[in-house]
Design a protein around this ligand. Structure first.
Ligand SMILES: Nc1ncnc2c1ncn2[C@@H]1O[C@H](COP(=O)(O)OP(=O)(O)OP(=O)(O)O)[C@@H](O)[C@H]1O
Length: 873
C-alpha cells in the first residue's frame, strides 16, 4: 500500500498505470486518486481486468484548485494482472462507484457552467444517463429505477464512465472505457467482449450503431470540445421498438416518438375486431419501422463520419503518445540529472559544512587572537593613560614652574638692572684687581722659585729621616735583641664603680714599666715589667708592640704571645677583642691577621707570594680539641701532636690549617671558636676545669723568582689560671696563712708549671727541656727550640678589684718569674753568663711563683730588671 502511495505521489506525469493482482490495492489507488482530486489535481482512473474495464473513477476538477492554481491532470489506469473473480470485480466496481458518489468533486457538484465550454466530457462522464437528458431526465435519475414493465420501455442498459479532464481537449488522454455494467446474463462475443457502441451526436430518430471493437478500443482524443465519446459495452440485443433513446443536451438523441394507440381489449369472440386491431398495429409498426430505418440510415452516416474522425483522432493520439513517450524519456533524463544534481548538492553541502567547521574554528582562533590582542591593547592603553596622567601632572607642574619662572624672571629683570649697575662698578674693581694680580704673579713666580728650593731641601731631609728611621729600626732590632726574646707586659682591666671596691694601683715611672698595688691596710706590691698597660690603655697601644714582631714572621721567624691571667681579667678581650664591631676594640689576633694579610698582598711584596693559614686548638684536661672544626662535629675526637725530628714544627693529627682568603673571614673564624669552646665546656660538664687555647697563624712565602721559601708562625696562647687554683690558694692561705706552699693544682696549673720549667730550662740552657711535660709546651716546642728566631710576649692580665687581689698578686708573681728568665740567643753566649749569674733554678722559680710576699716579687722584678739592664749594656 505504501509502495502504491509512493508510486502515486512520485509519478506525476499525466498518465499513470498501476498494475496489481490485488483488488484492495486497486481500490486504494482509486481512493488516493479520488482524494487527490480535491487538491490541485484531476484524476481519471479506470480499472481493467485483462482487456475489460471493470470500473472507472473520474476526478473532474475545476480549472483552479487550492490557491487558485490551475489543476493538473492525471490519468490513472489500474490493471488487474491475474484473473479476478467476478465477485471481486463487482467489489471493485462498487468501490469505484461509491468513491465517485462520495467525492464532492464529481461532475454532479461541478456545474457545467463553471467548466470551460470546451470540456463536456467530464459532464458526460459523471452524469451518465442523467446528464444526457434535459432537466426532466435529471429528475428521473433521482427517482428509483423504473421497472421496464410499467413504462413499457427499457432504457439503454449502458453505464458509461467517462474521463473528465480539465485540460484542453487537445491534450492526449487515455481513452475512457465503459465499465462492465450489466449484471444480467447476456450473450457476448466469442472473445468475451461486448459489442462496443459509440453513441454520438445523431439526428433525432437515429439509432445507435455498433462499431467494431478494434476501432472503439482506443478512444481518440476529442478535438471538438462539444464532443463526448461514449464507449459502452452493449449487453443486450437491440431494444424493443417501444424503447426510448434520448440523448442529453447536445449529445446523442435516439428516439422513436411513436405512440401505439390504446385499445380496449376485445372479447375473444370478437375475431374481426381483434384482426382490425392487429392490422392497425401492423400499420403503425410499419410506419415506425420506416421511420426507424430512416433514423438508422442517418445514424449510420453519422457513425461513419464519426469513425473517420475517430481514426484521425487516433492517429493524432498516437502522435501525442509518442510525444508523451519522448517527454517521459526527457522526464527520466531530467530525473536522472536531478538525482545527479542532488548528489552534487549533497557533496557540496558536505563540503560546505566542512568549510563552515573550518571557518568556525578559524574564526574561534581569530576571536581568541582578537581577545588577546584586545587585552594587550587594553594594557597598553592603561599604560598610555597612566603615562598620560603622569605627563599631565608633569605638565601641570611645569606650568606651575613656568608661572613661577615668569615671576622669577620679572623679579630678576629688575634685579638685572641693579646687577648691571653693580657690574660696571665691579668691572672697575676688576681692572684694579688685574693690576694687583699682575703684580702678585710676579711675586708668585719668585715664591715658586723659593718653593722649589725648599722642596729640594725637604727631599734631602726626608731622605735623611728615612736613613735615620732605618738606623732607628736597626737600633730597635738591636734593642729587641738586647731586651731578650721574651718580654713581659702587664695589662690592667678597667672596672666601673658598680663592679666593686678597687685596689689602688699606681704607675710611678714615666716609662710605664712599673706598677704598684696598694691595698688598704696592706703593704704596697710593686712590680716591674717590660711595659705596663694601665686600665686606660687601648687595644692599639698593645698592638704597637705586637706589630713590631710581624715583619720577622713574614721573613720566616716565629713569635708567640701569651695572654695569662685569672678568669675575667680580659685575656680574650686582648687577643680577640670584644664582640662590638668597633675597630678600636679589635684584638691582637684579628689585627695581626689583617696586617699580615695586607702586607702579603701589598704591591711591594715583589715576587713573593704568601699563603696565610690559621689553626686554633683548645687544650682541656690535657686533651686537644679542634676549635675550628665545623659545627656539629664530635667534640671528643682525639688529636695527637706529632713533632718533626729534631724539635721541628709540630703538627696535630686530624687538624688541618684553614687558609685565610679574605680579611672578612677573620671574624667568623673567631666566632666559630667561641661556639666550639662553649660546646666543649658543655660536653665536659663537671670535668671542665678551664683550658688553654692556641691560635696559630702560619705564613708561607714563596719567591717566584728564586724559588726560595719561608715559613713563619705566630702563636696566640690564652693561658688560664684556674679558679680551683684560686680557691685552693684561698683555703690554704686562710688555714696556714702561708701561700708560698700553695702550688697550682690540676692540669691547668700543671701545664703552667711545665711552661715555667721549660722557660727555666731554656734560660739555664739545660739539655733536658721538658717540652713533653704538657700538651701546651709540646705543641709550642718548635717555637722554643728555635729561640734565636723567636720572639715571645707574655702579657699578664690583672683585675683591679679588691676581691681579686690575691689572684692578681699570684698572676703578677708568675709573670715576674717569667720575666726573670732569659731565653738564650742563638749563637750568642753573652747572656749565658748573665743567666747563670741570675742563679735561678727551677726550684727557685717554682718557689717564687707561689710566693706572695712583696719582697720576693720585687726581688724577682729587680733580677729581671738587672738582666735587662745587662742586656741593654
Ligand atoms: N681592656 C678592657 N677594656 C674594656 N673591657 C674589657 C677589657 N678587658 C676586659 N674587658 C671586659 O671584661 C670582660 C671579661 O673579659 P674576658 O672575657 O676577655 O676575660 P677572660 O680573661 O678572657 O675570661 P675567661 O678566662 O673566663 O675567658 C669582658 O666583658 C670584656 O669585654
Amino acid at each position: 500500500m505504501e509502495q502504491l502511495n509512493r508510486s502515486l505521489s512520485k509519478l506525476k506525469p499525466p498518465s499513470t498505470i498501476v498494475r496489481s493482482n490485488s483488488s484492495s490495492a486497486l481500490s486504494t489507488a482509486l481512493a488516493v486518486a479520488a482524494a487527490a482530486m480535491n487538491e490541485n489535481e484531476n484524476y481519471s482512473a479506470t480499472t481493467f481486468f485483462g482487456n475489460r474495464s471493470i470500473g472507472a473513477t473520474t476526478g473532474a476538477g475545476t480549472g483552479t484548485g487550492i490557491n487558485n492554481e490551475p489543476k493538473k491532470d492525471h490519468t490513472l489506469t489500474l490493471e488487474m494482472l491475474e484473473p479476478l473473480p467476478l465477485k471481486a470485480v463487482a467489489g471493485v466496481k462498487r468501490k469505484a462507484e461509491d468513491d465517485a458518489r462520495v467525492r464532492p468533486s464529481s461532475a454532479a457538484t461541478v456545474a457545467p457552467s463553471t467548466r470551460p465550454a470546451t470540456n463536456t466530457r467530464g459532464t458526460i462522464a459523471t452524469t451518465t444517463g442523467a446528464a444526457r437528458k434535459p432537466a426532466a431526465g435529471a429528475q428521473r435519475q433521482q427517482q428509483p429505477p423504473q421497472p421496464a414493465k410499467p413504462a413499457g420501455r427499457t432504457p439503454l442498459q449502458t453505464q458509461t464512465r467517462m474521463t473528465g479532464r480539465a485540460t484542453p481537449a487537445a491534450r492526449p488522454t487515455t481513452t475512457a472505457r465503459a465499465p462492465l455494467t450489466s449484471n444480467k446474463t447476456t450473450p457476448t462475443t466469442a472473445a468475451g467482449r461486448a459489442t462496443r457502441v459509440s453513441a454520438t451526436t445523431a439526428p433525432a430518430g437515429g439509432r445507435p450503431r455498433a462499431i467494431p471493437a478494434a476501432k472503439s478500443k482506443a478512444g481518440p482524443p476529442q478535438p471538438a470540445p462539444t464532443r463526448a465519446t461514449t464507449r459502452s459495452r452493449s449487453t443486450t440485443p437491440a431494444p424493443a421498438p417501444t424503447t426510448h433513446l434520448k440523448g442529453a443536451g447536445k449529445g446523442v438523441a435516439v428516439s422513436a416518438d411513436i405512440e401505439l394507440p390504446a385499445k380496449k381489449k376485445r372479447a375473444a369472440w370478437d375475431t374481426k375486431g381483434r384482426l382490425q386491431d392487429m392490422e392497425e398495429l401492423t400499420g403503425a409498426l410499419h410506419e415506425m419501422l420506416n421511420k426507424s430505418t430512416g433514423n438508422i440510415t442517418e445514424i449510420t452516416q453519422t457513425l461513419e463520419s464519426n469513425a473517420n474522425k475517430i481514426e484521425e483522432l487516433e492517429s493524432f493520439r498516437l502522435g501525442l503518445e509518442s510525444k508523451v513517450v519522448g517527454k517521459e524519456i526527457e522526464n527520466n533524463d531530467m530525473l536522472q540529472k536531478m538525482s545527479t544534481v542532488e548528489q552534487e548538492i549533497f557533496i557540496l553541502n558536505r563540503k560546505h559544512l566542512d568549510n563552515m567547521k573550518a571557518l568556525q574554528s578559524q574564526q574561534a582562533m581569530e576571536v581568541e587572537q582578537e581577545k588577546s590582542t584586545e587585552a594587550r591593547l587594553q594594557q597598553e592603553r592603561d599604560m598610555v593613560e597612566s603615562n598620560l596622567r603622569i605627563a599631565n601632572n608633569h605638565l601641570e607642574q611645569q606650568v606651575q614652574e613656568s608661572a613661577n619662572l615668569r615671576t622669577t624672571i620679572s623679579t630678576q629683570s629688575s634685579n638685572c638692572l641693579a646687577f648691571e649697575t653693580d657690574n660696571r662698578a665691579l668691572k672697575l674693581k676688576i681692572e684694579r684687581t688685574e693690576d694687583n694680580i699682575a703684580r702678585r704673579e710676579t711675586s708668585i713666580e719668585e715664591l715658586e722659585r723659593k718653593l722649589r728650593d725648599s722642596e729640594i731641601q725637604v727631599r734631602k731631609r726626608q731622605q735623611k729621616v728615612r736613613d735615620e728611621e732605618s738606623g732607628r729600626r736597626k737600633l730597635y732590632g738591636t734593642i729587641m735583641d738586647l731586651k731578650g726574646h721574651i718580654r713581659v707586659f702587664c695589662r690592667v682591666r678597667p672596672h666601673g664603680p658598680s663592679d666593686g671596691t678597687v685596689t689602688s694601683i699606681d704607675y710611678p715611672d714615666l716609662e710605664g714599666r712599673e706598677i704598684v698595688l696598694t691595698p688598704a691596710k696592706e703593704p704596697k706590691y710593686p712590680f716591674t715589667f717590660d711595659r705596663v698597660f694601665a686600665a686606660a690603655s687601648t687595644q692599639g697601644d698593645l698592638f704597637e708592640e705586637v706589630s713590631q714582631m710581624l715583619p720577622s714572621i713574614l721573613s720566616g721567624g716565629s713569635a708567640c704571645v701569651f695572654a695569662y691571667g685569672s678568669t675575667q681579667t680580659g685575656k680574650s678581650y686582648t687577643l680577640e677583642g670584644s664582640s662590638a664591631s668597633a675597630e678600636e676594640s679589635m684584638g691582637l689576633i684579628p689585627r695581626s691577621i689583617l696586617q699580615i694579610y695586607e702586607a702579603t698582598r701589598a704591591p711591594g711584596a715583589n715576587d713573593w707570594r704568601y699563603t696565610l693559614e690559621i689553626r686554633q686548638v683548645g687544650i682541656y684536661n690535657e686533651t686537644i680539641y679542634d676549635l675550628q672544626a665545623p659545627e656539629g662535629s664530635p667534640t671528643n675526637k682525639a688529636h695527637e701532636i706529632q713533632s718533626a725530628p729534631g724539635g721541628g714544627k709540630a703538627t696535630v693529627t686530624g687538624i688541618n690549617m684553614t687558609e685565610v682568603k679574605s680579611a672578612v673571614m677573620i671574624g667568623s673564624l673567631l666566632s666559630i671558636a667561641q661556639r666550639r669552646q662553649a660546646d666543649i665546656k658543655q660536653s665536659l660538664k663537671d670535668n671542665y676545669r678551664g683550658g688553654h687555647s692556641v691560635f696559630t697563624i702560619r705564613v708561607t712565602g714563596v719567591d717566584s723568582g728564586t724559588g726560595k721559601t719561608t715559613e713563619g708562625s705566630l702563636h696566640f696562647v690564652d693561658l688560664v689560671a684556674s679558679d680551683s687554683h684560686l680557691e685552693a690558694t684561698k683555703v690554704e692561705s686562710s688555714d696556714s696563712n702561708d701561700s708560698d706552699k700553695t702550688l697550682p693544682g690540676g692540669e691547668i696549673d700543671q701545664s703552667l708549671k711545665c711552661l715555667a720549667d721549660v722557660f727555666l730550662a731554656l734560660s739555664t740552657k739545660d739539655s733536658q727541656v721538658p717540652y713533653r711535660g704538657s700538651k701546651l709546651t709540646h705543641l709550642l716546642q718548635s717555637t722554643f727550640v728555635d729561640s734565636s728566631n723567636t720572639k715571645m710576649l707574655f702579657v699578664v692580665h690583672i683585675s683591679s678589684l679588691s676581691v681579686h687581689l690575691e689572684q692578681t698578686l699570684r698572676s703578677l708573681r708568675f709573670a715576674a718569674k717569667v720575666n726573670s728568665c732569659l731565653l738564650p740567643l742563638g749563637g750568642s753566649g753573652s747572656l749565658q753568663s748573665v743567666a747563670s749569674k741570675s742563679s735561678l733554678t727551677a726550684a727557685a722559680i717554682a718557689a717564687s711563683s707561689s710566693t706572695p710576699s712583696s719582697s720576693t716579687s720585687s726581688a724577682a722584678s729587680s733580677v729581671g730588671a738587672s738582666l735587662r739592664r745587662t742586656k741593654a749594656s
